[in-house]
Write a protein that binds this ligand. Structure first.
Ligand SMILES: *[C@@H]1O[C@H](CO)[C@@H](O)[C@H](O)[C@H]1NC(C)=O
Ligand SMILES: *[C@@H]1O[C@H](CO)[C@@H](O)[C@H](O)[C@H]1NC(C)=O
Ligand SMILES: *[C@@H]1O[C@H](CO)[C@@H](O)[C@H](O)[C@H]1NC(C)=O
Ligand SMILES: *[C@@H]1O[C@H](CO)[C@@H](O)[C@H](O)[C@H]1NC(C)=O
Length: 420
């Protein structure tokens, strides 16, 4: 038994049935200021384990007194979240999951538009928080409650976009590719790795120093308050935003069925009377609520929230990525830098291969909507989303000429204070 005295004292304290609030005060007083291992891994608060067991867990995890960082990429569809996810997926010591909340959504509101049916939506949010808490705790079995058909013997081949997670396509979870193989294509992973063994995935999660989850299924940062305040987690939220005009354009191009009426408007110049406006207003309202909360710097978000504009990433991917890593307190790995170079250069021959909408000719891509959306749709969006455009520093255009004049930037330089 080789627990250091710090650990022993700490464990003595925490193995008493301390209540949540007491724990929280304790954590605030000590843990954030010193480098003490992450208590979350010990299952505190749920079931208090014996000293020996906790020490074993500690030695097993070999965390060298550094806390595990739980990263959440809070985004919306077509805002560049796949790209931001890759900044962590490419980091060898991060266990990255791509949209695990998809399964929760499919359980509670499989067919409905997420903006309707407030009750189902609240239930889904609660379930999503529970799932996130379990996942950050490397309890991947918890996902089985939502996967259909229900996994037998902890294996499944129905995990949504399994191939988008490097950790789930490499050792020990999958041995089809040697460690030197380079980047595994999503489809190759699904074809060549056998069914996903969630026991092995759990092991892989425990072995890695940090964990990152990307989601477009949590509307705003306020919905995460309970997780952010949970002393067993060390949650840091990267909120990714994008110009709503760019999001709208990208969705019209991508979701051909659900955004059909918008496409009719764009192609005919006539606004359909039955256009579903919530498809636009939900984005702007969620952004506004979330960003206003973040920028008002409430104590519960201190050191836990960073706002990133997709356009800033697109213009200066490496610089912005450095800032994100600095905020998280992680060092930037060469593999991430290499990946950025490979995927943002604007290399034309390569572009066909990268089909996940990551930034190729990045800066140009981020503003290409200006050449393809009509001025009346843009004008309409600017009216509906005026507050959030102002808040995020996206300038409105006053004429079709301004819209198409690409030497006129619509992105104000803006520094969002993220570390407070
Ligand atoms: C713990 O980590 C250190 C380096 O961080 C390593 O040298 C050592 O071998 C590890 N110990 C175990 C038991 O894994
Ligand atoms: C999954 O992996 C674990 C750990 O290696 C192993 O014990 C178990 O038999 C595997 N499950 C299946 C169904 O192969
Ligand atoms: C970058 O591209 C080179 C050449 O195509 C490739 O060998 C390398 O594995 C890539 N690295 C990453 C991190 O994508
Ligand atoms: C485009 O904008 C620039 C900068 O404001 C301006 O100098 C230029 O005259 C504009 N070009 C056209 C064609 O309007």
């Amino acid at each position: 038994m080789q627990c250091s005295w710090k650990t022993v004292i700490l464990l003595a304290l925490v193995s008493m049935p301390i209540q949540y609030t007491a724990m929280k005060i304790f954590m605030d007083l000590f843990v954030h200021k010193s480098q003490i291992p992450n208590l979350m891994n010990f299952g505190l608060g749920k079931d208090v384990k014996s000293f020996d067991r906790i020490c074993d867990d500690y030695l097993y995890c070999n965390c060298s007194f550094s806390r595990k960082t739980h990263i959440l990429i809070l985004a919306t569809t077509r805002s560049g979240s796949t790209f931001v996810g890759q900044l962590f997926n490419q980091y060898p010591d991060v266990f990255y999951l791509f949209e695990p909340l998809y399964h929760v959504q499919m359980t509670f509101i499989p067919h409905l538009s997420p903006s309707r049916y407030a009750v189902e939506h609240r239930v889904m949010l609660g379930a999503s928080r529970d799932l996130l808490r379990s996942l950050y705790n490397c309890d991947l079995y918890f996902l089985e409650n939502y996967i259909k058909p229900r996994p037998a013997r902890h294996t499944t081949d129905k995990l949504f976009r399994r191939g988008a997670s490097k950790a789930l396509c490499s050792m020990p979870v999958c041995d089809a590719f040697s460690p030197s193989y380079g980047n595994v294509e999503e489809g190759d992973c699904v074809r060549k790795c056998a069914s996903l063994n969630l026991t092995l995935a759990t092991e892989s999660c425990r072995e890695r120093r940090h964990m990152a989850i990307k989601t477009v299924r949590i509307p705003e940062v306020n919905d995460l308050k309970a997780l952010i305040e949970d002393p067993r987690l060390n949650l840091k939220v990267i909120q990714l935003v994008r110009d709503p005009r760019g999001i709208l354009f990208s969705r019209i191009e991508t979701f051909r069925d659900t955004y059909r009426l918008w496409r009719i408007w764009r192609d005919t110049g006539r606004k359909p009377y039955n256009l579903d406006l919530t498809q636009l207003t939900t984005v702007c309202d969620d952004f506004l609520n979330s960003v206003s909360t973040g920028l008002s710097r409430p104590p519960w978000l201190r050191g836990r929230y960073m706002l990133v504009r997709y356009e800033d990433l697109a213009r200066n991917p490496l610089q912005k990525t450095k800032e994100v890593y600095k905020f998280l307190g992680l060092s930037l790995e060469k593999s991430v830098v290499d990946w950025i170079h490979n995927n943002t250069r604007g290399n034309n021959d390569e572009s066909a291969k990268h089909k996940y909408g990551t930034l190729r000719n990045s800066a140009a891509n981020a503003e290409s909507w200006r050449l393809k959306l009509s001025h009346d749709i843009v004008d309409y969006t600017q009216t509906v989303c005026k507050h959030i455009l102002d808040e995020l520093g996206y300038k409105a255009v006053n004429s079709p000429e301004e819209l198409k004049n690409m030497s006129l930037s619509l992105i104000e330089d803006k520094d969002f204070i993220s570390v407070f």
